[in-house]
Design a protein around this ligand. Sequence first.
Ligand code: MLT
Ligand code: ZN
Length: 472
Amino acid sequence: MDDPVETANALSSIVGAAHVLTDADQRAGYETDWTGRYCGRCSAVVRPATTAEVVAVLRYCNDHAVTVVPQAGNTGLVGASVPRAAGHRASIVLSMRRLDTISDIDASSMQVTTGAGVTIADWQRAASAGGIDTPIDFAARDSATVGGAIATNAGGSRVVRFGTMRQQVVGVEAVLADGTVVGSLAGLPKETVGLHWPSLLAGSEGTLAVITAARLRLVPRFEYVTTMLAAMDSVEAARETLALVRSELGSLDSIEMMFPEAMELVSVHLGTGAPVDVPAGGVALLIECADHADPTAGLHAVFDTIDGAVATAVATGGPRRQQLLAFRDRITEAIAAAATASGTPTYKLDVAVPVAAIEGVVDLARRVARRQQARLIPFGHLAEGNLHLNFLGATNPDEIADTVLPVVASLGGTISAEHGVGVAKTTWMHLVRSTGDLAAQQSIKRALDPNGILNPGVLDPSMGRVDDDQVP
Ligand code: MLT
Ligand code: ZN
C-alpha cells in the first residue's frame, strides 16, 4: 500500500495540487453521507476535470493498491459514496463534480451528452433551454448528478411514464480500474454489437468502472401540467385510482403516495396546514398529468368516478402548484431535519412490492416501529410499489431489516427499488438474488477490477453487517 503523502503528491501531479484535498476540514464534507449515517476517512479527495485525468488517477491507484470511492453529488442514501469505516484499505474519494460539461441539445435525436458531474437540475435546465425536457426528476435534483443517477439506477417521480435512469442512457463513457476507457457516446438508438455498457454499469454503484460521461435521452416538454393532491380514504382506493388513471390518462406523469405520518411531518416542517386532510388508514396521492392540451378536465372526469377520494386540491401552475408539490418534494428534507433535531440518523428502507401488498408492508413497518418506539414516515412512488420506509429514532435497525425485508422478498418484491444496495443492504442481497446470481456478479467484478480498488464493500454480499456507527 502506498504512503498517503506519496499518493497525494503523485495525484497532485495529475489533477493539480489545488484539486487534491488532504486537510481534515476540506475532506469532511466528502467523508460523511447525506443522512449522516455512513462515514469513514479517506487520505485525500481527488477532483479530476477530464476523462484523461480520471484515467491517470485510476492507473496510479490500481498500481499502488489505493482504493477509490467515486462520488459526485453525495446524495446517496446507502453509504456507497463515502469511504468505508475504519479497518478498510486506505482510500481516496474521487470527486466527479468537475466533469460538468453539457453538449448542445440534438433535437433530431432528442439526446444530449453530459459529464458525469452534471447535476440533474442542470440537465433539466439544458433540456428546457432547448424547448424539451428530461425523463427523470427527483427531489435531490440540485445536487445529485448524472453519473450518480446512472450508478444507482435512480428512479424518481416520472418512472411511471418514462422508466428509470437505466432506460435514459443511450451511451456511456467509463474508465475501468486499470485506466481503460470503455463505452461510446455515439448515441445510436439501434446498435447490437455484443455487450451494452450502459446496461452493465447502470446500478453497479461505482464497483465496475467510473462513469465519466453519458449520452442521455430527452423527452417532449408539455405545455400543460395539472397537479392534484388527493386524500384517499384507503390504500385500496389509491390502488383503484392508479389502475384508472393509468388506463384512462395517457398524460399521467407521476403518481406519488404520502401516508398520513408523512403528511403530518411535512406540514409541520413547512409550517402550513395540509391542503387536504388524509384520514387514518388512508393515503394522499400527488398526481401530475402533463400534455400538449390541458389535461385538467380528463383528470377530474376520472376522479368523478372514484368513490374513495375524500378531498382534492388542484393547481395548473404558479405558487399553488409549488405548494402542492412541496408536500411531496420536501419530505426527505423534513425527515432529515427531524433526525438532526433528535440526534439519531434516520434508518431508511427503500423497498418495492406488488402494489396490492403495499398496505400490508406499511402495517408491518408500523408494528416494528412501535416495538422500537421509533417514528415511521412512509411515502413513495405508487405505480412501482416503491415504499420509502423511514424510521426516526430506531434503536435496532438490523431488527427492522430482518423483519421487513424477508416479507418483502416473499411477496415477490425487492430490498432496494432505487437507492441501491451500497454497504447498507449487502446482508440482505441473498433474499432477492440466487447464489448463482451473486457468484456471477462477483466474477464480473473480479474480471473488471482484479485488484478490487473500486468502491470495495459496496454490493459485496460477503461484507457482513455494517455497524450503524461508522465513525472511525
Ligand atoms: C424520494 O423519493 O424522495 C427519494 O427516493 C429520497 C428518499 O427516499 O428519501
Ligand atoms: Zn424515491
